[in-house]
Design a protein around this ligand. Structure first.
Ligand SMILES: [Zn+2]
Length: 493
């Protein structure tokens, strides 16, 4: 699991109240029609500064509640009225909602308003380093162009512009031919020229993280054409296919490893589309399944296979029971996707299906695919059942979630830092024998030297010689080039 924290806004605020200068970008869009929104903020002064500077609003009223429970600033630009409210105790629900039986807070809401000059606004926000959708999308049902941006608290604001006569271009990708192999669907488009569709019919606007696509690491890989609209397949080594799920925020990668007598599927992904169907198009060999570890994002398709090999751990046995809908439904929510779901998969129907382990094994176990032999290295830490898989002949090492290029989660309940440290030492000791490293998220091929960097960074994070950055959510991030380590602060490790 890696993806859920990326939505945290890390925006720098310029200190104090900078005088507003009507720059070209700000002046060339205007509110279109009346709108009123109330937005809850954590730092009233900083938010007033932000809304004044970024959206060109002026303060027209200031109210501080006599009992100190909240302060309000009313801001206005033409017919657009924004009320910023800072509660003294933002955890308590607004007392005016207390008399509504069964009221539940369901998280952040979204506020929207209408504009003229949506492209100018989009450009202006990008120039202000505001967290913004990479592209302006088209919502055909509304006949409007639209995009979402965030204020410094992470509140989502959505701008709309009517495009009755000029929406132009195809609205959605659904039903259109699959993108050519060299041009994955989510190619970035610069804001100034964005005129095309942003998304499939599942959503008018792509979640912000989709702007990472396509990741540069894929440009040099050979993509294998497959019938699937969900998976992408790349040839990444001798008899090795990477099976990537690019449009879901875990960006998980499973691997099909071929021998002459049988094939091994290392992880089975999210279980959103049938990986068995995909694999049967890639090989006619009998397939055994082995998991890098049994978090839900790596075992989703296990149930489709008869022969699943599992590590002899309690964690594996528990994971085999599957994950109920309430634990995984967010994984197929709009925020988690930048492409359409396969037909029939919905937030209400998606579950992690239970599976059966046919064979339990331990550290050092060898699996022969004839003549290729793979060796299991137990590398606990991320989970108790985490393994790496080694092909000594070719020098290939599959690392699961113990290493990938991205933020490596080492703060999650169940993480054993001492064990993780020993595991990184063990993997780093293999580096001289390795030619390629295949991680389980984001990009499929990494230089083995990353494992030396991982060992050193983890040592440094624990003994204090590597400096970390404290994030807004309190976690500490240790940045090491192409990856980072995310840990609890030292007093909570
Ligand atoms: Zn994972």
């Amino acid at each position: 699991m890696i993806r859920r924290l990326v939505a945290v806004a890390l925006l720098a605020l310029s200190p104090g109240l900078a005088p507003r200068v009507a720059g070209q970008g700000m002046a060339s869009w205007t509110p279109a029609g009346p709108a009123f929104v109330q937005i809850s903020v954590s730092d009233l002064e900083a938010s007033v500064e932000w809304y004044s500077r970024v959206l060109g609003l002026d303060v027209v009223r200031e109210v501080d509640y006599g009992d100190g429970s909240a302060s309000v600033r009313l801001l206005r630009r033409d017919d657009l009225v924004v009320e910023l409210i800072a509660h003294a105790d933002p955890i308590a629900l607004d007392p005016s909602l207390a008399d509504r039986p069964g009221f539940r807070s369901l998280g952040l809401f979204k506020s929207g308003f209408f504009v003229e000059g949506i492209e100018a606004l989009h450009e202006w926000l990008a120039a202000q380093s505001v967290e913004t959708d990479a592209r302006i999308g088209t919502d055909g049902a509304l006949a409007m162009r639209t995009f979402i941006f965030r204020d410094p608290d992470g509140n989502r604001l959505q701008a709309f512009e009517s495009c009755e006569a000029s929406c132009g271009g195809p609205e959605v990708r659904a039903g259109a031919p699959a993108a050519a192999p060299a041009a994955p669907a989510a190619a970035p488009v610069t804001p100034a020229t964005a005129g095309g569709p942003a998304a499939g019919e599942f959503s008018a606007v792509l979640p912000h993280w989709c702007a990472d696509h396509p990741r540069p690491g894929y440009a040099s890989l050979a993509r294998i054409p497959v019938a699937s609209e969900w998976f992408e397949v790349y040839a990444v080594g001798n008899g090795v296919y990477a099976i990537y799920e690019p449009n879901q925020w875990q960006e998980v990668i499973s691997y099909l490893i071929l021998g002459s007598e049988r094939a091994l599927l290392f992880d089975t992904g999210m279980g959103i589309a049938s990986i068995r169907e995909l694999v049967s198009g890639l090989t006619g060999l009998p397939v055994v399944v082995l998991n890098s570890h049994t978090h839900f994002d790596h075992v989703g398709g296990n149930w489709e296979f008869d022969h699943v090999i599992g590590m002899e751990t309690e964690f594996t046995r528990e994971s085999a029971a599957g994950s109920p809908n309430e634990e995984v439904r967010e994984e197929v929510s709009t925020a988690a996707l930048c492409g359409p779901l396969p037909a029939g998969v919905t937030e209400d129907s998606y579950v992690g299906r239970p599976f059966e382990v046919a064979e339990f094994v331990t550290d050092g176990h060898r699996i022969s695919l004839g003549p290729r032999t793979l060796e299991i290295l137990h590398v606990p830490g991320h989970t108790d059942d985490a393994i790496a898989l080694l092909d000594r002949e070719t020098g290939y090492l599959w690392t699961g979630d113990t290493f990938y290029e991205g933020p490596i989660w080492l703060f999650w309940p169940g993480t054993d830092l001492a064990a993780y440290g020993r595991s990184t030492e063990r993997l780093a000791a293999l580096v001289p024998e390795l030619t390629r490293v295949f991680p389980a998220h984001n990009t499929p091929v990494a230089d083995p030297v990353r494992l030396t960097e991982l060992r050193d960074a983890f040592r440094g994070a624990l003994d204090g010689t590597l400096e970390g950055v404290v994030r807004e959510d309190g976690l500490v991030s240790y940045e090491v080039g192409s990856f980072s380590l995310l840990l609890q602060p030292p007093d909570r490790r």
